[in-house]
Design a protein around this ligand. Structure first.
Ligand SMILES: Cc1ncc(COP(=O)(O)O)c(C=O)c1O
Length: 457
């Protein structure tokens, strides 16, 4: 059965991104669940499966799960390898560490927990400030809030959708404890500029690589440039554990503190490197962020397939991007010098057809949606516009916490981040295809061209 790629929000007529967390926000059923499975659930729209099914079934022949993942999960289950730092978990961590080129890597239950572990590892806490781009998934910043640190957003470059290093520089204060660039949609941040500014102030950088598995900057693996790299292995990511995450670092203190906060009972072997925290182990702080071994087993299979996945996605993305030159009002994102994209968690392009009084991106997307499924607006709201950050919130109750006016939080308002606000208005997400059928890129380009012509461009 053919699925509609665009859901129209009642009244708002807002084309929905249908490959990510917005499907939970909107309450609309996810593209990721086939019609049959929705019906089986008996309550369409309530069950929620967030893994990669073929997004646009007639254009993509990729299957995220193969017999190899099934075999791995079956064998691990037969061995009852279902909890703790099992051999497969250890092997995966070792592979990841070598691949990224860091001294340490540890798995956790999701990408959010990997960021929490990194921030805790750095000692981020009450009174500290943390800078991240205003356009990212909320999980980049959420762990800092829960650690009591104040979020400080910086603008993004509307041509790359990535952290604007100069704006980041302006937001540094004596309280800045950490800077978190995000390699959004697989595009790579200007790491030289970011590291030069951060190093100049002695502030550590944690890279959020949740969209960019395998990306490089000037030959170096993303995630190994700052003090730590964090990845989500959530079900729609290029390496999926269903739910999972990884933290990699060269820094022993950060690593040991990360293990302290979430790896209860996992000290044997690699976790405890020095004697500093020995008396607190094996229980650490008693929190558990440990990954489920079955998920990590599946991710281990997927990691081996990542180079092929990246190759296919790159070829498709580059073919479409090259074709945009012929279509008025559309252009690709800019890449930083030395950036080698990977992961390709989403496929944003820039729509400027609204210049000179043309229709807004949302109308253009509706027009594209009549021809191909899977185009949408950007799924990530600018964080400063969410009530949580715009107005603040009493996180710890009784007027305590980093988002309280009583603790100096001033909130944000529309207009505070012109780059990100422009980017949100003009970003069009195209379907990301992992194994496009022959001619798929051409069909995407035809759809874009026809939609543009229909609007008189
Ligand atoms: C940029 C970014 N950071 C962090 C996360 C959090 O990862 P997880 O969902 O595995 O907790 C996500 C999830 O999509 C993300 O997109």
């Amino acid at each position: 059965m053919k699925r509609l790629g665009i859901a129209i929000l009642a009244g708002a007529e807002r084309p929905q991104y249908n490959g990510d967390e917005t499907s939970t926000i909107s309450g609309f059923r996810s593209k990721n669940m086939s019609d049959d499975r929705q019906q089986e659930s008996g309550s369409a729209g309530r069950a929620f499966i967030q893994t990669v099914q073929a997004a646009v079934s007639d254009l993509d022949q990729w299957s995220q799960i193969t017999e190899a993942e099934v075999a791995m999960a079956t064998e691990m289950t037969r061995r009852n390898e279902l909890s703790g730092g099992t051999p497969v978990v250890r092997e995966f961590e070792e592979e990841w560490r070598r691949w990224i080129g860091t001294r340490f890597a540890v798995t956790v239950m999701n990408g959010t927990a990997s960021l929490y572990s990194a921030y805790f590892g750095l000692g981020v806490g009450p009174g500290d400030e943390m800078i991240c781009p205003v356009n990212t998934w909320i999980c980049t910043i959420a762990p800092a809030l829960l650690l009591g640190a104040k979020p400080v957003f910086c603008d993004v470059d509307p041509d790359t959708l990535l952290m604007d290093p100069e704006d980041m520089r302006r937001r540094i204060t004596s309280k800045t404890r950490c800077i978190v660039p995000v390699h959004l949609w697989g595009n790579v941040c200007d790491m030289d500029a970011i590291m030069t500014i951060a190093d100049g102030h002695g502030i550590p950088v944690v890279e959020d690589c949740s969209h960019a598995h395998g990306a490089r900057y000037k030959g170096r693996m993303c995630g190994s440039i700052g003090i730590a790299g964090c990845w989500s292995l959530q079900g729609s990511k290029p390496v999926s554990a269903g739910e999972g995450g990884v933290l990699a670092t060269d820094d022993q203190e950060l690593f040991e503190r990360a293990c302290l906060v979430g790896q209860v009972n996992r000290v044997a072997g690699i976790d405890l490197v020095g004697a500093k925290y020995a008396e607190l182990q094996p229980l650490g702080l008693g929190m558990k962020f440990r990954a489920h071994p079955l998920g990590i087993g599946i991710a281990k299979v997927q990691l081996a397939r990542l180079p092929e996945l990246n190759r296919r996605r790159r070829a498709y993305v580059e073919e479409v991007e090259a074709g945009l030159a012929e279509i008025p009002g559309l252009r690709p994102l800019r890449r930083c010098e030395g950036a080698e994209r990977a992961g390709f968690y989403g496929f944003p392009i820039i729509y400027e057809g609204d210049k000179d009084g043309g229709p807004p991106a949302e109308r253009f997307i509706v027009e594209v949606g009549k021809r191909i499924a899977g185009a949408s607006v950007t799924p990530y709201p600018n964080l400063h516009e969410l009530p949580l950050f715009a107005k603040g919130f009493d996180i710890f109750t009784r007027n305590r916490g980093p988002l309280c006016a009583s603790e100096g939080y001033q909130g944000y308002k529309p207009g505070d981040f012109p780059g990100a606000e422009l980017a949100c208005r003009r970003t069009v997400m195209l379907p990301i295809l992992s194994d496009p059928v022959p001619g798929a890129a051409r069909r995407i380009l035809d759809a874009l061209r026809e939609a543009a012509q229909r609007q008189g461009r």
